[in-house]
Design a protein. Structure first.
Length: 286
């Protein structure tokens, strides 16, 4: 999403945030700064399951079908993975999880649809590489649509222990949470089921590595929910200012959030309220 439209939308979400409950102000610090010139429009981010202290990131539309493995402590680029045969119409989201056989998978969402007009969008399943080196990989593509009508989306959520996926659509007044079929079937257009209404202009989200909560973010705030989607809101946190806050992930221990943005080279750690860390319970299977 570019130019004047981007500025208008950001202004809109700031105005809407004034009507929401006052969020807590969380402590934050800059972990490191990206120096890779290819990271001009970071749009999605997910932690590695195989490699400690590694994040996978991707750019917005126009960045090509590429994923980058980066060190989450230094922001150093460790590997570039190019997805063979991917359409890459508008990559907007990614999540890490496991497939039905328990194998680590990177789910890449080609789900952007700024005009709400495409008959279907798709999510790609990419086996996470065991070794971090630049390479070309294959992916299994699953097409899906929404039960009501086409939607733009920038958020993909994945269960850390199975193949369950959720998508959150992005609209000005509000978006909606949809559950994708499990297992997804190749060669057909799968249909996502609407579960509940969410906030406006959701730009990313993530399930905690422990599977006990998840987070959704917009350009201003992050909202934390208990359990797997659909969950119960338990906290609202004001995020550090970024020109266009796009990506969010959990730290490996679930004690903090990591955020970054288009046109911003900072990887920022945001603390999760202590009361939530102390109240952690076993994940709920859904």
């Amino acid at each position: 999403m570019k130019g004047a439209l981007r500025a208008t939308i950001f202004t809109g979400i700031v105005a809407l945030s004034m009507l929401a409950p006052t969020p807590a102000t969380a402590a934050d610090d800059v972990v490191c700064r990206f120096s890779d010139s290819r990271f001009g429009e970071i749009s999605g981010m997910a932690p590695s399951i195989r490699h400690p202290d590694v994040l996978w990131i991707h750019n917005d539309s126009g960045g090509g079908p590429r994923l980058f493995a980066v060190d989450s402590t230094t922001c150093e680029t460790l590997a570039t993975v190019t997805v063979k045969g991917a359409r890459a119409r508008d990559f907007e989201a990614m999540a890490s999880g496991r497939d039905g056989n328990g194998k680590p998978v990177l789910w890449l969402g080609d789900v952007g649809d700024n005009l709400d007009s495409w008959d279907s969008v798709e999510v790609l399943a990419i086996r996470e590489p065991k070794r971090l080196r630049s390479r070309r990989v294959s992916a299994e593509a699953f097409s899906f649509t929404y039960a009501d009508r086409p939607h733009n989306a920038e958020t993909l959520l994945a269960s850390p222990r199975g193949g369950r996926l959720w998508v959150v659509t992005k609209q000005l007044a509000h978006g909606s949470l949809y559950r994708l079929p499990s297992p997804l079937r190749p060669g057909i257009v799968n249909v996502a089921k609407k579960l509940q209404v969410e906030g406006g202009l959701i730009t990313d989200g993530a399930v905690s590595p422990q599977g006990d909560r998840y987070v959704l973010r917009d350009y201003v705030d992050a909202v934390i929910y208990d359990g797997l989607p659909p969950g119960t809101e338990v906290a609202r946190i004001r995020l550090p200012y970024q020109t266009q806050g796009e990506a969010i992930s959990w730290s490996s221990d679930g004690r903090s959030l990591l955020v970054t943005s288009e046109r911003d080279d900072r990887l920022i750690r945001v603390s999760v309220p202590l009361v939530l860390r102390q109240a952690r319970r076993e994940p709920v299977a859904r």
